[in-house]
Structures are given as structure tokens and as C-alpha cells.
Ligand binder design. Structure first.
Ligand code: PLP
Length: 672
């Protein structure tokens, strides 16, 4: 008989093959006895006798098994609870099974394995597994229609929302901005016992203390939107039923929703929806990751399989988002391979500089995986001239006879929504936008209209689409590009046996939230083109109100003067300084670097006062950028930032902002 012993960390498996008879039984006993005998010193582990290879068992074999089981029963296992048998049989072969059946031995052996009732610990009242199972079931929505339990779920949601509503005041955040205690947070451990659903919801609601209300007219922090009611419900549906859009088997019509959203966006930006494809991913960063990855595969065919074994460059503007660096780092390209193009005054990529940089790379025979055009920069709403970039790429690819075409990805996670103005009649202005707004919208539209020329586009609904985090769409002009990153279905044998939608063969994520898709679909259907036009038109109008006021204010100057989105960057100056002239001089003349730095500090102090005003509930939630851009002589320019996102912002709120700024300047003066 062949006996093999396989020792693992949590068990010993004894594989037996051949005849288990009078000749071989002592051999088996010799191997197994030390593993189960009471006197053995070594630590006990559960032992499994794998009998799959035993082709015959005689009565001597039966006797040996009984002997070993009897012995094992007397010996507790040190590393496992008593309920775990020390010895058990596995993979019983048909000849052995027949013998065990004949002798009723299986039952006998099972008896040896059973835990004696008297040794089981006494059950804790209310905390037995069965008691708790009933409570555990109660914390889930009822899986089968049950009006009482369904109503309880709805009530629980309503109760949670009521608690949060109770935290709303006049202030731009919920409840109080309590002092945060991270030391206490780090000392937290998993509770031993269950809490009630009600306690847990109340506890959770308390964690919302101090969270900004993005829809509040006094919140102008960043490109973070308030979320519409249907988009919240879309996420909620996704949360309750948890469709996984890796495959239509796991998400059914939600898969269709993804196709619908992708098609709507494709036609919005000027792609052919029949050729384009779109997949949701984990954020704006994820959309750039997809874009750059496609570029890598184009420049270095087979990199998906063989890895990146050659330097590849990614080109983008110095105002582009830092997430590109994450992408380069995480894709293994190396952050040093980001080539940065300086921006013009309007925060768009300098085109002459771009051409000279691209030519320089190509002359040195460097490979360019991707050019990332930013269509709405984070700080200033700068929009690159995408049409020029794509034409330049094509011209240079032909001129240098490249065997590939550098991928052009449009990082339009902020700017995409302006595509709703692509066919707005700016002459007739049927929506009656004020003239400053009209100029701004037209200006943005001029470059956004070229989105359809990019090879791929990033769209964030959780930014200018007004959905909850995270809802990002990667749109690809030519669906065949995705073949470059498609895995072999043989690697996923448990998936895709049927159905017609298998995005999981190329998506980075395996778990893909349906809620993200439903919330995006909800807003596209809810708002349509006209709703988005009204919303974006309004936030731009309010930013224009602020800009008009800042233009008139002697102590302030706009610093993103040529960008016409909802974000305004500005600096304020102490009394006695003519702000516009001072900024012009200090941002261009190196000998005024000290003055620029002093005014940077001044603006930071004013911001601190503004922040305190906000925390006390009186002020506005604004933000600050340490380095809106760098002067030609290399000094960072700090700026205050108002990012209007809320449809509830009105002229009164913008007036209040000016009052708060003046107050902050006054407080700062007093301090001096
Ligand atoms: C222009 C731009 N691109 C990319 C990103 C990254 O997006 P996310 O934060 O969703 O990953 C941002 C974030 O603000 C951004 O402003």
C-alpha cells in the first residue's frame, strides 16, 4: 500500500492507495497512530485519511480504522475546538464505501466523531447562534415581499434621514464642526456584541456632524456637487440590490443602463454611438488610467502580456490634474515619464510648446503613449485646444512615420457637461442667459465642441453631473481599442457562460457598482439637455456676478481672468495697494518676488479668517490653492477660490461672499 503524509498548517492529510488488508493495515496504523495517540507529545492537528486510492479493504482494514478512531476519540486537539474531530475519512472510494455500508461502519465512525453533549459549553441566553440569526436576518431588507418588513426598511431609511435633517441649520454644514479625535479613533476595536439597527443608524448619523452641505448657497469649496434626488435613489437601488455590472447575468437591465448612458454621452460629445463604447470606473483617475493604458498598448503592442520594458512618455499640461502621476506610477511607467507642457494665460496647453516638445521626443525616437488634454482644469477651468492637439498628433505621426498613433485622451471629467451647449443657439439665446454668462458659455463651448476628436474621454458624473460619488464613465471612440486590454475568457471559467454583455473581460474592476450607473442615468433622464443647460448656466452666471464684483473692487483681482467656468480664483490685497497693478507687476517681475510672497502670506491669513468665519457659522465655505500657477520666474502664486456648484446660490450669496471677504480683510488689518 502506498501511504503519503501531507502536513499543512491546519491539518495532516494521509493519502492511502492500493489494498488495505492484513498485510498493509499495520503499516497504516504505524503511520497514523502517532498522529492520534493520547500520549503523543507533539501538537495535535486534525488528521484526514484520504481513501480515494484504496481499491480494496479487508476486515483487517476495518479493524484498523476502528482502532484508530477509538484512539483519536480519547485525544483532544490542542489547536482546534473539541467539535472538530481529530480523525476523519475523506474521498471514500467505492470499494471502501461498499464495505463500510455492509458493516454499518460509517455510522459507527460518525459516532466516534460526535461531540459529547455534556462537553458542549452552555448556551448564552439570547446569544446562541439561532437567537442571533433571527436578529441578523432582521437587519437585511426582506428578500421576499413582506409588507410589514418592507415598511420597516422604508421607515428605517426615513428615520436615518430625519436624524440628518435635524442636523441642518442655517450653516453650510451639518450640525457642529466638532473637534476630531483621531487618537480615540485609532483605539477603536470591533464590538463584541450586536447593536440594534436603530442604535446603529443614530450612531452613523452622528458621523455626519460637520459635513459640508454642497447644495448650501454658502458652500463654494470645490467641484463637488449636491446630488439630485433621483441620483440618490439610483445609488440606493444599487446599494439594496447590489447588481454587479461585470456581466448581465449579475445585473440584467442595469447592464442596459450602462449602454444607454454610454450612448447618450457618446452622441452628446460627438462620437458615433454605434462605434463607441463606455464603461464606468472608479473615478476620474480611473478614466485617465484607461486612456493611458490604451496608449501604452498602442505604443508598445503586447505590453499587457509582456509588461512595459521600454520608456514611454505621457504628455500633458502643467495645469492638468495630479492623478496622471498616480496613473504613471501605478502603471509602472514611472512618474518621471510625464512630460509637462507649460500653459498659457488661459490655463490651456501652450500649443507652440507642445509642438516643440513632441518634436523633441520624436527626434530622440522616444515613444509617446498618450497625450492627455485637460478639458476643464481643477483650479481654473482651463480648457485645452483639443482640435489643434489631435491634428498636431496626426501631422507628426505621419511626418515621423510612426508605426502607431499616440493616443489622445481628453480628461473632461469637469468640462464634459458643457457639451450640452454644443448646439445651443447663441445668437437667439432662447434660454435668456445674461450676456456675461452667454460669453462664458460660448467660450467654453468653443473647445468642448472638439471632444469628439479625442480617442477617449473621461466623464465624471460625480462632478458636473450632480450624482453621488463615485460615478465615472470612460468613453472610447472606437470599441475595438478595448481588444488591446481584453483578457482571455478561459481565465474566468466561472463567468460569461451566457448573456450578451461581458464588460468584465476588459474592465479593471471585477466588482462594478450598478448604483453608479443608475445615478448617472437618473440625472441624464431627469435633467436632459435643458436641465443641464439651466444648471450650468446658473452656476456660471453666479460666478460671473462674483467676477463682476471683483473686477470693480479696488482690493481684489481675478487671477483666472480668461477662464469662464464656475470657478473663480482671486487674490485680495491690503488697504493702500492697488490690487490689479500690484498683481500684474509681482507676477511678472522677479525683483518683486518678496512682495509676491508677502501677498501670498496675506491671502493665506485672510483665508484663515474666512475659514474661522465659516466654522462659526457666519461665513462662506471657500478654498485656497497654494499654487494656482507659477510665475515665469518660478514663484508659486497662491489664490482664493470660489467654486460655485449649487443651484441654490443666488446674488445674495455672492454679495455675502464679498461682505465676508471685506470683513476678513478688516479683521486681518486689526491684527496687524
Ligand atoms: C481635471 C481632473 N481630472 C481628474 C481628476 C481626478 O478625479 P477623481 O477624483 O474622480 O479620481 C480630477 C479631480 O478633481 C480633476 O479635477
Amino acid at each position: 500500500m502506498d501511504i503519503q503524509v501531507d502536513r499543512r498548517s491546519n491539518r495532516v492529510v494521509v493519502y492511502c492507495a492500493g489494498y488495505l488488508d492484513a498485510a498493509s493495515a499495520p503499516e497504516l496504523e504505524k503511520v497514523v497512530k502517532p498522529l492520534v495517540e493520547p500520549l503523543a507529545k507533539e501538537e495535535r492537528l486534525p488528521v484526514t485519511l484520504d481513501l480515494s486510492g484504496v481499491t480494496y479493504m479487508s476486515s483487517a482494514g476495518v479493524r484498523t480504522l476502528l482502532f484508530l478512531f477509538k484512539m483519536a476519540k480519547q485525544r483532544p486537539i490542542e489547536r482546534a475546538p473539541e467539535s472538530v474531530p481529530l480523525l476523519r475519512l475523506a474521498n471514500i472510494s467505492p470499494p471502501v464505501q461498499r464495505v463500510l455500508d455492509m458493516t454499518n461502519l460509517l455510522e459507527e465512525l460518525a459516532r466516534w466523531e460526535a461531540v459529547p453533549a455534556e462537553t458542549a459549553p452552555p448556551a448564552a441566553p439570547g446569544h446562541t447562534y439561532r437567537d442571533l440569526l433571527a436578529r441578523v436576518r432582521g437587519v437585511f431588507p426582506a428578500p421576499i415581499s413582506d409588507p410589514v418588513r418592507d415598511a420597516y426598511f422604508v421607515q428605517s431609511v426615513a428615520r436615518g434621514l430625519n436624524r440628518i435633517d435635524d442636523l441642518k441649520t442655517e450653516r453650510p454644514y451639518l450640525g457642529e464642526r466638532v473637534k476630531l479625535d483621531y487618537d480615540a479613533a485609532r483605539a477603536t476595536t470591533l464590538p463584541d456584541q450586536m447593536s440594534t439597527l436603530e442604535e446603529t443608524i443614530a450612531d452613523l448619523a452622528d458621523y455626519m456632524q460637520g459635513v459640508f452641505i454642497w447644495g448650501h448657497p454658502h458652500t463654494q469649496e470645490n467641484v463637488i456637487p449636491p446630488t439630485t434626488i433621483p441620483s440618490i435613489i439610483g445609488q440606493l437601488f444599487g446599494s439594496i440590490y447590489n447588481p454587479n455590472v461585470i456581466w448581465d447575468e449579475y445585473s440584467h437591465r442595469v447592464s442596459q443602463a450602462e449602454v444607454e448612458v454610454a450612448s447618450m454621452c457618446a452622441s452628446l460629445v460627438g462620437y458615433d454611438p454605434a462605434k463607441a463604447v463606455g464603461v464606468f470606473t472608479f473615478g476620474g483617475t480611473g478614466t485617465i488610467l484607461y486612456g493611458v493604458k490604451l496608449g501604452v498598448e498602442k505604443a508598445l503592442p503586447g505590453a499587457f502580456r509582456d509588461g512595459v520594458r521600454q520608456e514611454l512618455k505621457v504628455v500633458s499640461s502643467d495645469a492638468g490634474h495630479y492623478s496622471k502621476l498616480s496613473v504613471l506610477g501605478w502603471l509602472g511607467l514611472g512618474t518621471n515619464n510625464l512630460v509637462t507642457v507649460p500653459t498659457d494665460d488661459d490655463n490651456s496647453m501652450g500649443l507652440a510648446e507642445l509642438e516643440s516638445i513632441l518634436r523633441g521626443l520624436l527626434e530622440r525616437a522616444e515613444k509617446i503613449a498618450c497625450i492627455v488634454a485637460t478639458m476643464g482644469t481643477t483650479d481654473a477651468f482651463g480648457i485645452d485646444n483639443l482640435e489643434y492637439i489631435v491634428r498636431l498628433r496626426d501631422r507628426l505621426a505621419d511626418e515621423y512615420e510612426l508605426p502607431y498613433r499616440p493616443h489622445v485622451h481628453a480628461d473632461a471629467v469637469i468640462g464634459w457637461a458643457w457639451a450640452v451647449f454644443n448646439d445651443y443657439d447663441f445668437d437667439a439665446n432662447p434660454m435668456g442667459f445674461p450676456s456675461r454668462t452667454l460669453r462664458s458659455l460660448w467660450d467654453a463651448r468653443t473647445n468642448i465642441r472638439a471632444l469628439g476628436m479625442a480617442d477617449s474621454i473621461g466623464v465624471d458624473f460625480h462632478k458636473t453631473g450632480y450624482t453621488p460619488y463615485v460615478s465615472s464613465l470612460f468613453l472610447c471612440k472606437d470599441r475595438s481599442d478595448l481588444n488591446l486590454i481584453t483578457r482571455d475568457t478561459a481565465l474566468m471559467p466561472y463567468l460569461f457562460q451566457f448573456g450578451n454583455y461581458h464588460p468584465g473581460v476588459f474592465t479593471l474592476e471585477t466588482s462594478r457598482s450598478g448604483g453608479a450607473i443608475l445615478s448617472a442615468l437618473a440625472n441624464l433622464k431627469l435633467l436632459g439637455q435643458e436641465g443641464y443647460r439651466a444648471l450650468l448656466g446658473h452656476i456660471v452666471s453666479m460666478a460671473e456676478v462674483l467676477r463682476a464684483k471683483l473686477e470693480e473692487a479696488p482690493h481684489a483681482c481675478l487671477v483666472n481672468d480668461y477662464n469662464y467656468g464656475p470657478v473663480t480664483l482671486f487674490r485680495v490685497y491690503p488697504d493702500g495697494v492697488e490690487a490689479k497693478a500690484a498683481y500684474r507687476e509681482e507676477s511678472t517681475r522677479p525683483e518683486l518676488a518678496d512682495q509676491l510672497r508677502a501677498h501670498n502670506d496675506y491671502n493665506r491669513r485672510v483665508f484663515d479668517v474666512l475659514h474661522r468665519q465659516m466654522e462659526s457659522g457666519e461665513g462662506m465655505a471657500l478654498s485656497l490653492t497654494d499654487q494656482y500657477r507659477v510665475t515665469p520666474y518660478g514663484e508659486p502664486i497662491l489664490a482664493l477660490k470660489s467654486f460655485v456648484m449649487s443651484p441654490f446660490v443666488d446674488e445674495a450669496a455672492m454679495n455675502h461672499l464679498i461682505t465676508c471677504i471685506e470683513q476678513a480683510r478688516k479683521d486681518e488689518r486689526r491684527k496687524i
